[in-house]
Design a protein. Sequence first.
Length: 173
Amino acid sequence: MSAESLHASATELLTDWQPEAGHDRSLREAMLAFLGSAPNGCLREHAPGHITASAIVLSHDRREVLLTLHPRVGRWIQLGGHCEPGDETVADAALREAVEESGIPGLRLTPGLHGAQAHPITCSLGVPTRHLDLLFEIIAPPGAVPVRSAESADLRWWPVDGLPAGADVLLTP
């Protein structure tokens, strides 16, 4: 991993992303401005905030979404996390996180950025920071059975039209 390759991939993804909603356009511009002032903004150790890689894992027929009950957040959310050594791009990080957290082999990344979100959080740094999530759509193979990792209190498929109360997941960009 290099801070430069991650930064370049995040900048390219956000530059190419053309959201229709006003809020998403504003978030896109804010994230690009953040990256313009933070060469290490894709690295966990950038304490003021950092780009994170999130995975909207959908069943092969797109009828279900895989969510994790995050132990620190206490809500059902999409899979994902920090960029790590070995991730050349933010998309690589999202796919790696999806495989690690779901235990599902053969996941397929849909090209391009699905969306973006920003969350205040106290993550592994132990201090309040902000996660600037870049979201990617990832499709599971037919018959995929998730295996909960140590990073999750629970992990399960949910109908896209029947998410649990309080779920924080962006299904439609």
